[in-house]
Design a protein. Structure first.
Lengths: 113, 112
């Protein structure tokens, strides 16, 4: 079964540092997403990406966040100047078409110390 | 009002029991509906889509009532392996784009 792959599985970083979370979506999917889940809380939408541009972003996705699809396979989330409250599980997801359920990657656990 | 509201549980049931989860959503523009399952510290995994006509997948039955903005999931003959958090999820589509809105989840613990 096709998978969404995320690396690293766990990242520890110091406050103020930049991190890049990497994702390889399913190859024939066209829509890409980042979600996050703070421990004990619900899964929250960050950003959606289609046709090489952001299609929608949430209030959480402020200027410290950016996304990029640098080549035909990778989809990255960059967090500049991390804060303690950025500590969470970050999930990448992709979908084939609008209206279809998403496939989520196994997540990157980000710990900011 | 929360966009997607679920009873947090936990539901503690013996093996073989039937258990029902309910969910309400507030955005009448929601267009697609899903139940996801999430194991502890793992990613959400799609369990099933939900349709107004109701749909069944083995021991799992999902139902959508658009008029009352209500979604349900019924699990029959519970197994130990069903223990997880069940996430009610709605999809809002607008302007050619979409996003999923998650409920906080209902925890299920199935015991021997």
């Amino acid at each position: 079964e096709p998978e969404v792959t995320q690396t690293p599985s766990h990242q520890v970083t110091q406050m103020g540092q930049e991190v890049i979370l990497r994702c390889v979506p399913i190859s024939n999917h066209l829509y890409f997403y980042w979600y996050r889940q703070i421990l004990g809380q619900k899964v929250e939408f960050l950003v959606s990406f289609y046709n090489n541009e952001i299609s929608e972003k949430s209030e959480i996705f402020d200027d410290q966040f950016s996304v990029e699809r640098p080549d035909g396979s990778n989809f990255t989330l960059k967090i500049r100047s991390t804060k303690l409250e950025d500590s969470a599980m970050y999930f990448c997801a992709s979908s084939e078409d609008l209206g279809h359920g998403y496939t989520f990657g196994s997540g990157t656990r980000l710990t900011v110390v | 009002r929360k966009e997607v509201e679920q009873d947090p549980g936990p539901f503690n049931v013996p093996e073989g029991a039937t258990v029902a989860f309910n969910c309400t959503y507030s955005n009448s523009a929601s267009q697609s509906f899903f139940w996801y399952r999430q194991d502890c510290r793992k990613e959400p995994k799609l369990l099933m889509s939900v349709y107004s006509s109701g749909n069944e997948d083995g021991r799992f039955t999902a139902q959508l009532n658009r008029a009352s903005q209500y979604i349900s999931l019924l699990i029959r003959d519970s197994k130990l392996s069903d223990s997880a958090t069940y996430l009610c999820v709605v999809m809002v589509i607008s302007g050619g784009y979409n996003k999923l809105i998650f409920g906080a989840g209902t925890r299920l613990a199935v015991h021997p």
